[in-house]
Design a protein around this ligand. Structure first.
Ligand SMILES: Cc1cc2nc3c(=O)[nH]c(=O)nc-3n(C[C@H](O)[C@H](O)[C@H](O)COP(=O)(O)OP(=O)(O)OC[C@H]3O[C@@H](n4cnc5c(N)ncnc54)[C@H](O)[C@@H]3O)c2cc1C
Length: 444
């Protein structure tokens, strides 16, 4: 019976949780999520919750819980970092009317926590936390080595019928899969790093300009040469979430595995030294010793995401710069599509060839779209980070036209045409349609 096929999911991040939940909702009863972390504390910063993500989470019965704590964005303001002068302003109220869900911002803990709670309600999903997965092997019955964190000498090989690798940007499964194909996954140096900061209402309350930012329903982006800051209130406006992007100097020579480090407050203040005094006051609220810097990692597009009965999911196959705020949304879209193509009724004969066909349809629905958005995010970074010169003059003319109500928004995530392309696509329906077109329908 296809619903009893052994499905192994590596990684309980955004992609892994969404994939498990959507497979369980499709009727699968034997799903195991293997995760290195011994507990799912879900720390981390804020995250934009775009309508394409919300639509899927609503179908998976976890959107209401997330939305209850999230902040609905009324507008976005794009400003010059050095002067705080507004370059562009876009209202976002139309988003809900047009796409059925508002554009919201929230806490990662609440997004992942709601998906985790959803998984716990499904008897078909089991968690094996504290399990390090390595040495994946492919074929009709994929397998991998599981090393328990607590008792490394009890390592064992695990076999499954379907392997879904949601193991993030540093995916070991991606490396093994490409090695098996005789290919490499070249890490592309983004040259960028990010500070991720959360300020509390208490920290900001003595500064009227800063508290006004926390009380607004806005996503604000301050831009400058080779850098920007994006910020918004989360957690019922009790926390101001700030994420930056600047040239990477600290990780340039670091080994591949390093991607987060304790940053220096002096270095952070220097990088944004040419931004306006309000931003200095804001960054100065970060306590000494609590500056954390992240390397922003991407890699070249892969030739394939699928080998036999194995597929890569989320950042494992399409890591992105955060400049379009779509990384997690795209991992969740992957999960939704896997729920459609691997519906037990479609793969009722349980044949490896049928499973492979399902995974190939997943790749067909998702690869081109995800990779286009990865490129668009990189392009948005280039455009927001322009220094003086012709390209910047052109961009600023487009901003000026926008002020008088005409033309596109240079900050792509807020542009109506880009939003149509991202939010206007119901990826679950696209997957259903492609299955029909390819004659991949229920086998009863
Ligand atoms: C600064 C910044 C801001 C961002 N902002 C947004 C935003 O606003 N909106 C948005 O949609 N996206 C955003 N993103 C992107 C988003 O965070 C990622 O795209 C998303 O988390 C990817 O999910 P994932 O499940 O693929 O990987 P992850 O969330 O990284 O999960 C991978 C999981 O696999 C586990 N794992 C790894 N290796 C193993 C192993 N060998 N064995 C067992 N377990 C393993 C890890 O412990 C982890 O739990 C942002 C990213 C950054 C860096």
């Amino acid at each position: 019976m296809a619903e009893n096929l052994r499905i192994a999911i590596i990684g309980a991040g955004m992609g892994g949780l969404a994939t498990a939940l959507s497979l369980a909702k499709a009727g699968h009863k034997n799903i195991t999520i293997y995760e290195t972390a011994p507990g799912l504390g879900f720390v981390g910063a804020g995250i934009q919750l775009a309508p394409n993500m919300a639509r899927i989470l609503d179908r998976l019965d976890c959107w209401k819980q997330i939305a209850a704590e999230a902040v609905q964005c009324a507008d976005t303001s794009i400003r010059e970092g050095s002067s705080d002068k507004e370059l562009g302003h876009v209202t976002l109220e139309y988003v809900e009317k047009t796409y059925g869900y508002p554009h919201m911002v929230g806490h990662r803990a609440s997004l992942a926590g709601a998906m985790y709670d959803g998984c716990l309600k499904e008897s078909g999903i089991k968690f094996e936390l504290g399990s390090v997965i390595t040495e994946a092997e492919f074929g009709a019955k994929p397998s991998f080595k599981l090393t328990p964190l607590k008792s490394p000498d009890e390592e064992r090989r695990v076999e499954c019928d379907i392997l879904l690798a949601c193991d993030g940007v540093k995916s070991q499964t991606r490396v093994s899969l490409l090695q098996t194909l005789g290919e490499t996954a070249d890490v592309k140096d983004s040259g960028q790093a990010a500070y991720r900061i959360m300020l509390t209402r208490e920290q900001m309350q003595h500064d009227p300009e800063l508290i006004a930012l926390l009380d607004a329903d806005s996503v604000t982006r301050w831009i400058g040469e080779k850098k920007h800051i994006i910020a918004y209130p989360i957690h019922n406006k009790q926390i101001y979430n700030i994420s930056t992007a600047q040239p990477d100097v600290n990780f340039a020579g670091a080994p591949n595995s390093t991607y987060t480090t304790k940053g220096s407050k002096t270095a952070m203040m220097d990088v944004y030294g040419d931004f306006c005094p309000m931003i200095h006051r804001m960054l100065d609220l970060v306590p000494d010793g609590e500056v954390v810097e992240w390397k922003l990692r991407v890699h070249e597009p892969l030739s394939t995401w699928v080998l036999d009965s194995t597929a890569l999911v989320g950042d494992a196959c399409h890591p992105t710069l955060p400049h379009l705020a779509q990384g997690a949304a795209q991992a969740i879209e992957d999960g939704a599509v896997l729920g459609v193509v691997l519906d037990p009724k479609r793969i009722a004969d349980c044949e490896p060839a049928t499973i492979n066909k399902a995974l190939k349809i997943y790749e067909k629905v998702r690869k081109e779209r995800a990779e286009a958005l990865v490129e668009l995010a990189a392009e948005n970074g280039r455009s927001m980070h322009l220094g003086s010169g012709k390209a910047k003059e052109e961009r600023d003319k487009i901003f000026a036209a926008l002020k008088s109500g005409k033309g596109p928004v240079p900050d792509k995530w807020a542009d109506a045409d880009v939003q149509r392309m991202i939010y206007g696509v119901d990826i679950t329906a696209e997957a259903e349609n492609l299955c029909k077109e390819e004659g991949f329908v229920a086998k009863l």
